[in-house]
Design a protein around this ligand. Structure first.
Ligand code: MN
Length: 275
């Protein structure tokens, strides 16, 4: 899918990978996520895919680093350039921390509505002796927040994170509330989107149910099915989406199950409303 090979100048979507997992505190390996998502993206078919003619350019991966500040700097620079050129980034992770830099770059240009699918809240003040990592990045963003933020599919979080979320996150849809009544949860999501401006979507693949032994850095059982996630994605108007990222795929654990889900979710977001 990404290998359509459009020139940067002509492309609407700009793909790049962030092969970084250096702040991972549990299972390392999502630095191999971008490569795996690309491989699986080449085996996706929709009946009318050829007619849709998406203009996608793939820049490849960022220069690798094990320094989180350098990773964030590089993501920031690339996203700022892409948005400045009025194109839309599609970022292949890599750990979730990268979203912090992507949102900071976006916030220079627009007040984004941020939709996060994640089993976790990533709202710890600090975690394992560092302040910038996969478990704290959303807190660092909310401390200088612009726009609105929704988290969908959360189920694993501390008391401290929940209390912070109740004050600072605009919409929280827990896995529990989706289990109880998904139609009501989707309605709440839809209402939230009504007065939104440009939308950024961030999908941590650990939001998915784990029965396929899905490879992610921090597995969490009783997640959402692919079809449940699609019910939420269906409500996001494609013309409002300014960028997206899909993070935490670890192909070393599951031989690509999570990467395959990631590739399909990206294609679902950018194709399904055009078919
Ligand atoms: Mn997570």
């Amino acid at each position: 899918m990404f290998s359509v090979g459009e020139d940067y100048e002509n492309a609407e979507y700009i793909v790049f990978g962030v092969p970084f997992d250096s702040t991972t505190t549990f299972i390392p390996g999502c630095r191999f996520g971008p490569l795996a998502i690309r491989i699986f993206s080449e085996n996706i078919d929709y009946p009318d895919m050829d007619e849709v003619c998406l203009r996608i350019a793939d820049l490849g991966d960022l220069v690798p680093t094990v320094n989180v500040r350098w990773m964030l700097k590089r993501v920031y620079r690339v996203v700022e350039k892409i948005i400045g050129d009025e194109k839309k980034p599609i970022i292949l992770g890599g750990e979730h921390t990268l979203t912090l830099a992507s949102l900071k770059a976006l916030a220079k240009h627009v007040e984004p509505t941020v939709i996060i699918f994640d089993a976790h809240l990533d709202l710890r003040s600090e975690f394992m002796d560092t302040r910038i990592n996969h478990a704290t990045w959303l807190r660092r963003f909310l401390e200088k927040k612009t726009g609105k933020v929704a988290v969908v599919g959360c189920r694993d979080f501390s008391r401290e994170e929940l209390e912070y979320a109740e004050k600072n996150v605009d919409l929280l849809i827990s896995t529990e509330s989706i289990e109880k009544n998904i139609d009501e949860a989707v309605d709440r999501f839809n209402n939230f989107l009504k007065d939104s401006g440009k939308i950024y979507v961030s999908i941590d693949l650990d939001v998915l149910e784990q029965q396929g032994i899905i490879g992610v850095s921090n597995p969490s059982p009783r997640g959402l099915t692919y079809i449940q996630i699609n019910k939420f994605l269906n409500k996001i108007p494609i013309e409002k989406i300014i960028g997206l990222d899909v993070v935490e795929a670890n192909p070393l654990i599951d031989r690509g199950v999570s990467a395959s889900h990631g590739a399909h979710l990206i294609s679902y977001i950018i194709f399904h409303q055009r078919l």
